[in-house]
Design a binder for this molecule. Structure first.
Ligand SMILES: Cc1cc2nc3c(=O)[nH]c(=O)nc-3n(C[C@H](O)[C@H](O)[C@H](O)COP(=O)(O)OP(=O)(O)OC[C@H]3O[C@@H](n4cnc5c(N)ncnc54)[C@H](O)[C@@H]3O)c2cc1C
Length: 141
């Protein structure tokens, strides 16, 4: 049977997913690593968002990694890419746009999410926001 370098796919580029990618690269210089996020940014500090909202911290101080950091480590970062399915029989991750990413090992580091407010009157009411992402914060600002 032909052997190949190990293929890792990580869903979510928060602190968990990005640290896992960094660690994998340190341990295995030859593996392929796809790090997939539906957000448009490399890793940023979610814990800093309240201070960014307050205007105490500029956006650049919220960012932890940039795209070059991933390139230097040959971590293939795919932003604005929503994973919609995982086929565990065939070991393939599928994205909204129909891309397929085969894997030998998969990490789902998709974090947590806030549910939309579900109380009478909330549906369709403007200016009700979640406060989870950098883009949420920019919208609130
Ligand atoms: C405003 C705010 C303040 C906080 N303050 C603190 C604090 O003071 N102290 C503390 O300990 N914790 C704090 N937290 C919590 C902390 O930020 C989280 O515990 C931490 O970010 C979790 O990291 P993670 O890597 O597991 O997931 P996340 O940071 O949530 O990253 C997961 C990523 O996966 C992406 N993703 C999810 N589903 C998909 C999909 N299907 N396809 C592609 N991408 C996907 C998400 O968009 C996200 O980018 C705070 C959180 C928020 C929102």
């Amino acid at each position: 049977m032909a052997t190949h370098d190990k293929r890792y796919v990580i869903i979510g580029n928060g602190i968990a997913g990005t640290t896992a990618a960094e660690t994998l690269r340190k341990l295995d210089p030859n593996c392929s690593i796809h790090l997939i996020t539906n957000e448009p940014y490399p890793l940023y500090n979610r814990v800093s968002l309240p201070r960014f909202l307050q205007g105490v911290l500029p956006e650049q101080k919220v960012m932890i990694r940039d795209f070059a950091w991933h390139e230097q480590r040959r971590i293939c970062l795919l932003t604005e890419t929503l994973v919609t399915a995982v086929n565990t029989d065939e070991r393939v991750v599928v994205t909204e746009s129909g891309q397929h990413f085969p894997y030998d090992a998969l990490l789902i580091a998709s974090g947590g999410w806030a549910k939309p407010l579900q109380v009478p009157g909330a549906a369709g009411t403007k200016h009700i926001y979640n406060f989870v992402t950098l883009d949420d914060t920019k919208t609130i600002i």
